[in-house]
Every structure is written in C-alpha cells, then in structure tokens.
Write a protein that binds this ligand. Structure first.
Ligand code: UDP
Length: 380
C-alpha cells in the first residue's frame, strides 16, 4: 500500500520523497532503474580511497539560503571554491576569463589597454556573457571578444554540443561569463560548499525514513503499466500520485519525437603520482577529444599516494547505449517537449520534476528549489 510512486532516485526525487514522507506522513515507493541512489550526483570512494563523482564533477553552489537550510538537515558541509584553468596557447590560465587571464595571455601594455576599456564600458565585478561582449562596437573590445570566443568557446562548444554557441540558447554559454574583475573562482555564489561525506551519503540520509521504500535495479515499466491515461502498479489501478523524474519521451514511448540529449563518455584513470594537475579542473577547448580533466583529490582532499582523474568525451545520446546528461536547447526540441507536456496534463495524477522530466539544464540547487516548490504548490 503506497500513496505516492516516485520514479527515479536522484536529487529531485529524493527531495520529493523526503518531504512527502516527513511532512505528509504518507507512504512513498521509489522505483529506480540503476543499482544506486543519487542519480547523476552519485559519488563513491574508489580504489584509491578518493571520493569520485561517477557521472562527472558536481559542484554545489547557490545564493539560495532556503536550499542550504533544507539540505543542512541531512549533511554537514566543507567549504569548497571551485577553480578551473583552461589550456590556451600552451598555457593554463584561469577561467571564467577575467583580468588575471588577460594579463597571462597578453603583453602587459596590451592587457592594460584592454582592462581599461573593459572598466570604462562595464561595471567592476560584473559578468558579461561572451555573446553579449561580441556585440561590442568598440574596436579593442570587439578584438578581445573575438579572441575569447575563438580560444575558449567555439571549439569547446563544438566538442560539448556539436554546435556553435550562437546556435544554442544563449543561457548555455552565459553560464561561464567573462568576468570584469579578478576573481578566479568558477562560481560567484554566496554559498559554495560540498556535503562533508559526499552527495550519496546526504541523499541516503534524506531517504532514511520509515515511510520510504526503495526498489533499485527496477525499470518503472517492470512494475507499472500505463493504459488509458491511468497508471497500474502490479496490475492494480493506482489512485495515488505518480511523480516522474525520468525522461518524458521514454515515459510516453517516444510518441511524438525522441528528445535529443548530449551524453558524455566518462573515462576515469588512476595515476601513479600524488597530484596530476594544479587545480580541480582543467578545460581543453582546443586540444584533444575530451573537453576537460577533473582531479577529484582537489575537490575532496585525501591522503593517498595515487590520484584519480576523469576525462570527459562528449557524444551523442543513444537510447540504451549511454546516459542522457544534458537536454539540448533549440526551439524545435522545446516545441517537441511542449507536446509531451500537453499530453502529460491529460493524466490527472502525474507530476513531472527534474532535469530529464522538465528537459531543463538545472543545476543541483535549482533542482532542490524546484522540488521544494512543486511539493508546496502541487503536492501539499
Ligand atoms: N564553455 C566553453 N568553454 C569552456 C567552458 C564552458 O565553451 O572552457 C561553454 C560550453 O558551451 C559549455 C557551457 O559553456 O557547455 C557551460 O559550461 P559549464 O562549465 O557550466 O558546463 P557543465 O559543467 O554543466 O558541463
């Protein structure tokens, strides 16, 4: 006997399950395809005793105090400010591109002129998306924008998405804006920290409730059937709510169109030395097939003679072959998604939440905020 079925055991699903179990005292059944909880936030200690993020680097950052307060019930935190270098013209320089990057890549006289131009046109400590900066009509700024676009964005974006920055939603490249200041950190948010014992432990704690039952290694469709816009659990009509956090096109058997995603082949390597690189992540916009190398020891400091690195090779998502990581933003894809959304509205007990179900490039804090909102507005 359950009141709610939740499909998926990632962050969105876990927030929903925890709230329903705790606040409503209702019974929740979580059905998860994988053999572990945590979705793409899943982390674990590898053979080098280093906490690694199986599905790529996940760095928590937010300006939202409510999100921090909520998660703090399930974990303590370690302060962590993520820094990234980009390998450009044979040098590793800080990104987001900022004044420090400018002085490392240009002779100081030229850098000074460009710095002054930037300060004359934009506010100190502000952020400029590259596609905005490229609109500048000033000769020096237009030169700088083209330089940054060519050296940092165009080839990385081609590898990551198979597209040009201007072919995609401008919000994607705006995630890594040009920074009119000297802050080398990848994010500027007020709260930048990691769960002290990792995301998996935090999520385990969220799901540790007598009202929550978890079925791992189970495809939703092994136990549930959808017929005439009605859900059946083990062949019995299910009258409760179904909270679905998986791919919406898969739920509806690709009825309209297959929604494209970008996938990544995550290749981990153990390296026989104490440290491999200077910072947690080094991006390679113009060299190699991979986009970036992440060294987890910088993220979760560990005493170990070896180190673990991850090289990310972006690739097309293929059903049943790899993992859908990123929804791809184009107008056409959004229109197809909207068809699914309209169809979903015809199910009276279906709720969609999460990066896959909503086809949105959510960060972890967005997910928590969104799930708390859905709980307040649609469930409670
Ligand atoms: N990007 C880029 N060069 C970089 C870093 C980022 O062109 O060195 C662009 C690229 O299109 C990427 C987007 O900015 O997909 C967002 O980058 P972010 O690091 O936020 O991506 P995520 O960590 O979510 O994969």
């Amino acid at each position: 006997m359950v009141d709610y079925i939740i499909v998926g055991a990632g962050l969105a699903a876990s927030v929903m399950a925890e709230r329903i179990a705790t606040k409503l005292d209702k019974k929740v059944l979580i059905i998860e395809k994988r053999n572990h909880i945590g979705g793409n936030c899943y982390d674990f200690k590898d053979d080098n005793n280093i906490l690694i993020h199986k599905y790529g680097p996940h760095l928590f950052h937010t300006n939202d105090k409510e999100v921090v307060d909520y998660l703090s019930s399930f974990t303590s935190w370690d302060i962590y400010n993520h820094e990234v270098l980009a390998y450009i013209d044979g040098k590793k320089v800080p990104i987001p591109f900022n004044f420090n990057t400018l002085y490392e890549l240009f002779p100081s006289l030229k850098a000074k002129i460009l710095e002054e131009k930037l300060l004359k046109n934009y506010e100190f400590n502000s952020k400029m998306p590259i596609l905005e900066l490229k609109k500048s009509t000033d000769e020096d700024l237009s030169f700088l924008a083209d330089f940054i676009y060519e050296k940092i964005f165009v080839n990385y974006t081609a590898k990551q998405w198979g597209m040009k920055p201007e072919e995609m939603d401008s919000a994607v490249t705006a995630r890594v804006p040009v920074f009119i200041g000297r802050d080398n950190r990848y994010f500027n948010d007020k709260y930048q920290m990691l769960p002290s014992h990792g995301y998996t432990k935090m999520i385990e704690k969220m799901l540790e409730h007598k009202n929550i039952k978890l079925m791992l290694s189970t495809d939703f469709k092994e136990v549930c059937r959808v017929e005439d816009k009605t859900f059946y659990l083990f062949d019995k009509k299910f009258e409760g709510r179904v909270i679905y956090t998986g791919q919406i096109d898969e739920l509806f058997d690709y009825k309209f169109a297959q929604l494209p995603y970008r996938s990544v082949d995550m290749k981990f390597e153990s390296v026989d030395k104490e440290f491999y690189q200077e910072k947690a992540t080094v991006n390679y916009p113009n060299d190699y097939e991979f986009t970036r190398i992440t060294e987890f020891k910088h993220i979760h400091p560990t005493k170990a003679s070896k180190t673990t690195i991850l090289k990310e090779y972006p690739q097309e998502y293929k059903i049943g072959e790899n993992t859908p990581y990123y929804p791809i933003f184009t107008e056409k894809n959004q229109q197809n998604y909207n068809k699914y959304l309209e169809y979903a509205k015809e199910f009276k007990n279906l709720v969609l939440v999460g990066r896959l179900a909503e086809y949105k490039y959510y960060d972890m804090d967005d997910i928590v905020k969104r799930a708390l909102e859905v709980f307040k507005e649609e469930i409670r």
